[in-house]
Design a protein around this ligand. Structure first.
Ligand SMILES: Cc1ncc(COP(=O)(O)O)c(C=O)c1O
Length: 408
C-alpha cells in the first residue's frame, strides 16, 4: 500500500473501540504506548479460535488440535518474516518482561561471575533494569549506567567509554517509552560486538512504530511485546542468535519443552520449544498473527510516516501552550510526548483530561531512574498511533487549555 493512497479514516474504522464515548465525549485515545487498540481482524481471529477450533497445541492429532497448532505456528512464521529472522529463533513469551527475564535467567545467571558488569542506560524501562538487578544479586556482577543528555538522547561517548572489559552484557531500549527517543541500536550493537559484549535490545516501543530488521541491527537478543503492536495482551517474543538458544538452559520446565522425560533426566526439545513450557496463550498468539498481517498490509513505512506527521503536529501545538514543557526533545523520536504543565500535578491533569474524553497516561511510566534524572515524580504522556487523527490532536490541545484554566 502506498502512503498517499491510504484512507486513514477507513483504517481508523477498523478499530471498534475508538468509536466509543467516555464521559459523554468521543474518546481520544492517546495511550497507545501503554497498550495499543486492536483492529476487528485481530478480535475476529481470537473469537474464531474459541468458536471454531479451540484445542491445545502440539499435542492432539485430532482435527481441532491440528488446526490450532497450524494457526499458532503460522503466527510464528508471520512474526519471523516481519522481523526478517528464522522462525525457530523466535521464542514466544508473554511479553517483553518475560523475554528479558528469559535472557536474564537462561543466559546471564549461568554466565556472569563476580567482577563482571552489566551495562544499562538511564532511559530503560523497569523491565530492562530489575531482571538485571536480580541477576547481579545472585552472580556478584555489578550494574553500570550510561547517561543521557537533557534533551533525552543517549550520550554515546559515555556509553562507549563505559564499555570496559568487565562489561559482559548491554541492555538498551530501541525506543524510549517516556521520551520517544529512537536509539541508534545498529551502531551501538556494532560497538558492543567489537568489544565482545552481548546485546539485549528492548524492542517494545519500536515494533508498533517502525520496520524492525533484526539481522540489520546485529544484536544478540531482541525482546518484544505483542499488545503494543495491535496484538492481544500476554503475547510477545524473544529473538536470539541461534548459538545462544542452543547453549542456554531453559529456566522453566514442564510439558511441551521436552523430547523425553525420565526420572534420571530429561532431554529438552529443540529451540524455540525448549523455552516454551506449558500451554501457551494460544488465542493470543493467533491474534498476534492477525496483528502482524494487519500491520504488514498497511506497511510499516506508511505507519511510521503517518505517525511522524501526527507527532510533528502535536509537538507544534503543545509548544504553543504557556507553561507546558515537553520532556524528551531528541531529533529522532517515535510518536510519544511526555510533558509537564506548570502548577499542575500529572495525575490531576490526566484525570481532568479523562473527563474531556482524552486518555493519556500519567505517572513514572515504569522508569524511575529517568524521572530521577529529570527531577520529577511523574509526567503526563500522550502517545499516538497511526489510527489517531489530526482532529483528535486539536481536541487534545483544546482540552489541555481548558484544564489549564481550571487548574490556574
Ligand atoms: C520500553 C518498554 N519495555 C518493556 C515494557 C514491558 O512490556 P510488557 O509489560 O508487555 O512485558 C514496556 C511496556 O510498557 C515498555 O514500554
Amino acid at each position: 500500500m502506498n502512503g498517499t493512497t491510504i484512507d486513514w479514516a477507513r483504517v481508523r474504522s477498523d478499530f471498534p473501540l475508538l468509536a466509543r464515548e467516555v464521559h459523554g465525549k468521543p474518546l481520544v485515545y492517546l495511550d497507545s504506548a501503554n497498550t495499543g487498540q486492536k483492529p476487528e481482524s485481530v478480535i475476529a481471529a481470537v473469537d474464531r479460535y474459541y468458536r471454531e477450533y479451540n484445542a491445545n497445541v502440539s499435542r492432539a492429532v485430532h482435527t481441532l488440535g491440528e488446526q490450532a497448532t497450524t494457526a499458532y505456528e503460522a503466527s510464528r512464521d508471520k512474526l519471523a518474516v516481519h522481523l526478517n529472522v528464522h522462525r525457530n529463533d523466535l521464542v514466544f513469551t508473554s511479553g517483553t518482561t518475560m523475554a528479558i527475564n528469559l535472557v536474564a535467567y537462561s543466559w546471564a545467571l549461568p554466565t556472569l561471575k563476580p567482577g563482571d558488569a552489566i551495562l544499562l542506560t538511564r532511559m530503560e524501562h523497569h523491565a530492562n533494569i530489575v531482571p538485571w538487578q536480580l541477576v547481579a544479586g545472585r552472580t556478584g556482577a555489578t550494574i553500570k549506567v550510561a547517561g543521557i543528555t537533557p534533551d533525552g538522547v543517549l550520550d554515546l561517548d559515555a556509553l562507549y567509554k563505559a564499555m570496559t572489559p568487565d562489561v559482559k552484557l548491554l541492555g538498551v531500549t530501541h525506543v524510549s517509552n517516556v521520551l520517544g527517543t529512537v536509539n541508534p541500536v545498529r551502531e551501538i550493537c556494532r560497538e558492543a560486538r567489537s568489544r565482545g559484549i552481548i546485546t539485549v535490545i528492548d524492542g517494545s516501543q519500536a515494533l508498533p512504530h517502525r520496520t524492525v530488521d533484526i539481522p540489520a541491527i546485529g544484536c544478540d537478543f531482541y525482546a518484544l511485546t505483542g499488545h503494543k503492536m495491535c496484538g492481544p495482551t500476554g503475547t510477545g517474543a524473544l529473538w536470539a542468535r541461534r548459538e545462544h538458544l542452543a547453549a542456554m538452559p531453559p529456566f522453566f520446565g514442564g510439558g511441551e519443552m521436552i523430547k523425553e522425560v525420565r526420572f534420571e533426566g530429561t532431554v529438552f526439545n529443540d529451540p524455540p520449544h525448549k523455552f516454551e513450557a506449558g500451554t501457551p496463550n494460544i488465542a493470543g498468539f493467533i491474534g498476534l498473527g492477525a496483528a502482524v498481517d494487519y500491520l504488514d498490509a498497511l506497511g510499516m513505512a506508511n505507519v511510521e510516516a503517518r505517525e511522524q506527521e501526527l507527532l510533528a503536529h502535536a509537538t507544534e501545538e503543545l509548544n504553543k501552550i504557556d507553561g507546558l514543557r515537553i520532556i524528551g526533545t531528541a531529533p529522532h523520536k517515535a510518536a510519544v510526548i511526555s510533558f509537564l504543565l506548570e502548577g499542575a500535578h500529572a495525575h490531576d491533569l490526566a484525570t481532568l483530561l479523562d473527563l474531556e474524553g482524552v486518555a493519556v497516561r500519567s505517572g513514572h511510566h515504569c522508569a524511575h531512574p529517568l524521572m530521577q534524572f529529570y527531577g520529577v515524580a511523574a509526567t503526563c504522556r500522550a502517545s499516538f498511533a497511526f489510527y489517531n487523527t489530526h482532529e483528535e490532536i486539536e481536541r487534545f490541545v483544546a482540552a489541555l487549555i481548558k484544564v489549564r484554566k481550571l487548574l490556574a
